[in-house]
Ligand binder design. Structure first.
Ligand code: UD1
Ligand code: UDP
Length: 388
């Protein structure tokens, strides 16, 4: 039996882990045993548990419950907690997703005690090292043994950093292997499409039946921790939604809500929360989010995952950032980078509303990434057993 120890922590990782975990249980339960460790980086019910329940992920075997904190102290306590569990469980592989502090902590903990790393969503780069996610993903990739890259661009990025294609097994941290796997988030979008259609009542609950709307999310530190940026974004959303008389739905990340509470005057806060067109709601479940994405006119976001899901649902995306790792979306002209600049945000929204001329070829794989990853792991073990 191959033992994988999977690290989750932040919302998008819990969602991504659902795909691999489901595939292991459905098709590889005789070959792979998964141990799930939740760092507790996200802990509100609607940032964590709702996904475990709704996406049918087994309850984590361990929850370190480490919560929020400054980068250094949060990452340090995660390294310590994960290291202890890795020593206790002695997995064959430590699996990690994306680029959060939970990912970095897992990479440091595992690499230092020689437990090989599988990095899912490897090779992504924004080329902006002021983003903590960029630091996390560079470190994690360079500590990994198996790197599952979702796109051709991600493969090229890794090659440009010295990774070689077509290396020969046995793979190690010194002889890593990169695979073009497609994007694991697409597996979930396809798998939960009909389930969401059947079960989500979000459109009814928000009284949006037959009502066009835009969907927004904001949580990047470049936007939330820079009060001028945050005010510029909200002011523009308020103005444009009014100008075009269209509802904008914004499920708000707790980080963003906290900043607004802290830095907006009471009057600004009240008028924001009770606006006629900008509907700010609590974070929603994955089925509700997929439903909102699938029926939106356009999507306005600084999220990595939501940019991709916009593309999966063939929705244009106004990206509230100055860089993106998902450059294919820009190349297809299905997205535009606008940062926090009011004029660019407004122009982006007006450009995309009603624009039906965009094409969305399959650039993120075909929704079988988890199957590909499990097959690869099993085949490597069979090869290794034969050669031992
Ligand atoms: C983290 C990731 C980011 C990812 C995002 C997904 C890092 C450095 N950043 O950002 O890459 O895109 O998750 O959502 O790992 N909070 C709550 N309740 C929660 C979680 C967070 O109130 O359940 C608040 C706390 O005030 C906390 C703040 O949000 O300090 C930020 O949380 P944190 O996990 O540090 O970073 P995110 O902005 O969520
Ligand atoms: N998401 C969700 N509910 C929300 C907002 C986002 O289920 O209220 C999902 C979204 O569909 C996507 C993932 O969370 O699958 C993206 O996570 P997030 O935006 O927090 O992080 P990022 O992808 O930027 O790291």
């Amino acid at each position: 039996m191959i033992r994988l120890l999977t690290i989750i922590g932040a919302r998008p990782q819990i969602i991504k882990a659902a795909a691999l975990s489901r595939t292991i249980r459905q098709s590889f339960s005789n070959e792979i045993k998964e141990i799930i460790v939740h760092t507790g980086q996200h802990y509100d019910y609607n940032m964590s548990e709702v996904f475990i329940k709704e996406l049918d992920i087994p309850q984590p075997d361990y929850n370190l419950q480490l919560g929020s904190g400054r980068h250094g102290s949060q990452t340090a306590s995660m390294i310590s907690g994960i290291e202890e569990l890795l020593i206790k469980e002695q997995p064959d592989w430590c699996v990690m997703y994306g680029d959060t502090n939970s990912t970095l902590a897992a990479a440091i903990a595992a690499a230092k005690i020689h437990i090989p790393i599988i990095h899912i969503e490897a090779g992504l780069r924004s080329f902006d090292k002021t983003m903590s996610e960029e630091l996390n993903r560079i470190a994690c990739d360079h500590f990994s043994t198996l790197l599952f890259a979702p796109t051709h661009t991600a493969i090229n990025n890794l090659q440009n950093e010295g990774f070689k294609l077509n290396t020969k097994a046995p793979y190690t941290i010194n002889n890593p292997c990169i695979f073009h796997s497609g994007d694991i988030m697409y597996d979930n979008t396809l798998f939960f499409l009909d389930i969401a259609k059947k079960n989500s009542k979000i459109i009814e609950n928000l009284e949006l039946i037959n009502t066009p709307y835009c969907l927004c999310t904001i949580h990047r530190d470049h936007n939330t921790d820079n009060i001028n940026n945050l005010k510029s974004i909200f002011k523009t959303l308020l103005e444009v939604s009014k100008e075009i008389s269209m509802t904008f739905v914004l499920p708000i990340h707790p980080r963003t809500k906290n900043t607004i509470k802290q830095y907006f005057t009471e009057k600004e806060y009240e008028s924001l929360m009770n606006d006629k067109y900008l509907k700010i709601i609590d974070p929603v479940s994955f089925l509700d989010m997929s439903t909102l994405e699938s029926q939106a006119e356009i999507i306005i976001t600084d999220s990595g995952g939501v940019q991709k899901e916009a593309y999966f649902f063939k929705k244009p995306c106004v990206i509230l950032r100055n860089t993106t790792e998902w450059v294919e979306i820009l190349e297809q002209k299905a997205g535009v980078l606008v940062g926090a600049n009011s004029e660019k945000i407004r122009n982006g929204i007006l450009h995309f509303i009603g624009n039906k001329d965009i094409e969305y070829p399959e650039i993120f794989g075909n929704g079988t990434t988890a199957q590909y990853i499990c097959n690869t792991i099993v085949q490597l073990h069979e090869k290794k057993e034969k050669s031992d």
